[in-house]
Write a protein that binds this ligand. Structure first.
Ligand SMILES: [Zn+2]
Length: 692
């Protein structure tokens, strides 16, 4: 390590002051046609016709796929989403490699993507640098004198937030005010932790905790600590994180505005955590202290304060050192990078690491999402697909409107409000109207660590600079979840809008050449699913402009809950693994949306086909193909560790259940496959729920 110069002095921006502006350029018209790729998803060959659809519909629809498909050694699971992702990675990798070969102008998307790639793939240089990129921050932590140094603690917490994307103590952010979507609020939250809330607490997660302890210990030893000190440090980290995690919200509480909307003065927030000077943290991240702030979780902030007041200075420094080490371990040389990979692999019980090329592809898709997406839609997203999708969106929205007008359980005031809200939903397909300009960020071909820091800083400072400015709604800008290259469709209650990404509009969710029953009951049902989110137990609390306001009458709410209670019972009785059932409460809004989505898609399909011949295809009627296509969209296999983790954190039911459970409420499903009382797939008409 001694002969290597430290990483080059890396000035993140090529000009001062550019981060603050709302940077955007006009969208280039997409040109290229979609590349030819292997066909995934819907196919009669995926079915197992030896099984009766009346006995086990999921097995009937996807049995051959299940028999043929193994979980790749480097994946926690396999299903439609990661099948697309594997396909997508190939498309994106080609764009990245072409960019790296292009010798493009400084600051252009191709230069940034190409140089990021070059630096990331130079493992020899990373290994030569080892842990050096962290040295300044490790020194700063070592020099921190405690206790009683509240301003220094606030300053360091702010520096960590900007440099690493998080702080283990306090995080500050800028979000729109849930009660006034035309203004921003400063949010103050307890800092980040590395495991899921349940991992710290539940007896059946001891395996994860043991792995985590081993991982922390090895990382600490690699920085020069003795075996004994490293083990003690690991126990300290786990014990502090466990203490704070006990005050974290459950997933359902975290999305409940009654719990999370807590406006107060900055002085009141400071009183929750006197051990850390919030003004010093705000100064470090470049924010002028505002009069009022929002604290989503008061108890967690108090828990951090208690830790700061009761743990020894050495323990606090150990926690900070750990966050610096693990937060950027994947950007370091060996052994740190390898230890990080090993922990992630073992935690999910994977057999192999993801190839380096795919790891870096994912990083580019997150850190440089806007420049990459621009290249992606130019190369792979034909305008014809966008037109096709926009038309289908129109049909499904019309169908929803029709059904709202005749819905028997909505009272008139709620119906009128629902129709008003539906008319104002803004749906965009593929990519945003404007791209974010990453041009000011300097990406070097020889500084992988610095590139990641600069890109993280760019994103954070851009966001933080908005406080006090007019609200800018950015679409397709939430990596890794909703960008043009993420496989997703998403409804946002705060903006009453839906983004359908370019990446999801391909097989197995959408086939340009497939017949209508397949496309309606896959991507069409996904669109329907998102639409209904504006009107479920969460969406009903936000008005058409995205402001927190309950627009349901008590009767409408009671009628809705009478129906959704049935779904809670249905899903809570379904088994995922021996001894593990689905949490029907946690997954309720998503299960309601699945039922609404397939209901709307099926109805819209019939309107689109009205008066047209409907021949059998592959021996299946229109309705049979619709429901088989829906089930095949959810074809899924997961490792037990993955299924267990998702069961306690994911608002969606397991794909294995999504493939058939909502269908049992549709009369058309029972007609299509001739189910009868006594069949496992039979559900008596009185037990079927129609919500939308
Ligand atoms: Zn959903």
């Amino acid at each position: 390590m001694n002969a290597v110069r430290a990483r080059p002095l890396h000035a993140c921006a090529d000009a001062l002051g550019l981060y603050g502006a709302a940077l955007a350029t006009a969208v280039a018209a997409p040109g290229g046609a979609a590349a030819k790729e292997a066909v995934l998803g819907y196919s009669p060959a995926n079915m197992d016709k030896r099984v009766s659809p009346r006995q086990d519909f999921y097995r009937y629809a996807v049995g051959n796929w299940l028999d043929r498909t193994g979980i790749p050694a480097s994946e926690p699971d396999i299903g439609a989403f990661n099948q697309i992702e594997i396909n997508l990675d190939r498309q994106v990798l080609k764009l990245i490699k072409d960019a790296a070969a292009a010798n493009a102008a400084p600051g252009s998307p191709r230069q940034q993507i190409g140089d990021y790639w070059r630096a990331a793939m130079d493992l020899k240089r990373l290994d030569e640098l080892g842990i050096k990129p962290l040295q300044d921050d490790l020194d700063r932590i070592a020099a921190l004198t405690l206790p009683g140094n509240n301003a220094a603690l606030g300053d360091l917490s702010g520096r960590l937030q900007i440099g690493y994307g998080f702080s283990p103590l306090v995080g500050v952010g800028v979000d729109t005010d849930a009660k006034n979507s035309s203004a921003y609020l400063l949010t103050i939250s307890a800092g980040q932790q590395w495991l899921d809330r349940d991992d710290y607490a539940k007896p059946d997660r001891q395996r994860v905790r043991d792995l985590y302890l081993g991982y922390i210990g090895s990382m600490m030893r690699s920085t020069g600590l003795s075996e004994q000190d490293a083990e003690a440090a690991a126990r300290t980290v786990l014990s502090i994180e466990t203490e704070i995690s006990a005050a974290q919200l459950t997933p359902l509480q975290a999305i409940d505005p009654d719990v999370t909307y807590n406006i107060m003065s900055l002085a009141e927030a400071q009183a929750l955590i006197p051990a850390l000077d919030l003004s010093a943290q705000l100064q470090a991240v470049g924010i002028t202290p505002p009069a009022t702030v929002q604290v989503p979780n008061i108890a967690a902030l108090k828990a951090v304060n208690k830790v700061l007041g009761t743990r020894s200075p050495d323990e606090i420094r150990t926690l900070l050192r750990w966050h610096v080490l693990t937060g950027r371990a994947s950007f370091l040389g060996q052994p740190w990078r390898g230890l990080d990979e090993a922990f992630k692999r073992q935690r999910m019980d994977l057999q192999a690491d993801k190839p380096r090329e795919r790891e870096v592809t994912f990083e580019v898709a997150v850190l440089l999402f806007s420049p990459l997406s621009k290249l992606y839609v130019e190369a792979y997203f034909p305008e014809s697909t966008r037109r096709d999708m926009t038309q289908m969106v129109g049909y499904i929205k019309d169908e929803f409107e029709r059904r709202l007008r005749s819905n028997p359980w909505l009272d008139e005031p709620t119906r009128a409000a629902a129709l008003d809200k539906l008319a104002k939903v803004d749906i965009q397909v593929g990519y945003p109207r404007e791209w974010i300009d990453y041009g000011p960020v300097v990406i070097r071909p020889d500084d992988y660590f610095g590139n990641a820091v600069c890109l993280g800083e760019f994103r954070q400072r851009r966001r933080l600079a908005r406080l006090g400015q007019p609200v800018v709604v950015e679409r397709f800008a939430s990596p890794p979840f909703t960008t043009p290259t993420s496989v997703n469709a998403a409804y946002s209650p705060q903006t009453n809008s839906i983004d359908i990404t370019a990446a999801i509009v391909q097989p197995p969710f959408y086939f340009p050449t497939a017949d209508a029953s397949v496309n309606y009951c896959t991507i069409g049902a996904v669109i329907g699913h998102e639409l209904t989110h504006g009107f479920d137990s969460n969406g009903s609390r936000y008005g058409p402009a995205g402001n927190l306001r309950d627009w349901w009458t008590p009767q409408a709410k009671a009628e809705f809950e009478k129906r959704t209670d049935v779904l809670v019972q249905q899903y809570s009785a379904l088994t995922l693994l021996p001894g593990l059932t689905q949490d029907g409460e946690l997954t309720l809004t998503e299960n309601t949306a699945d039922l609404g989505g397939i209901t709307l898609a099926h109805a819209a399909l019939h309107r689109a086909l009205a008066g047209k011949p409907q021949p059998k295809i592959d021996g299946l009627t229109t309705d049979q193909r619709c429901f088989v296509a829906w089930a095949q969209m959810w074809a899924y296999k997961g490792r037990p560790e993955r299924v267990r983790s998702l069961a306690s954190t994911d608002f969606h039911a397991s794909s294995t259940l999504r493939g058939f459970a909502p269908l049992l409420h549709l009369d058309a499903f029972h007609r299509a496959f001739g189910t009868r009382p006594g069949d496992p797939m039979w559900r008596a008409p009185k037990d079927r729920v129609v919500i939308w």
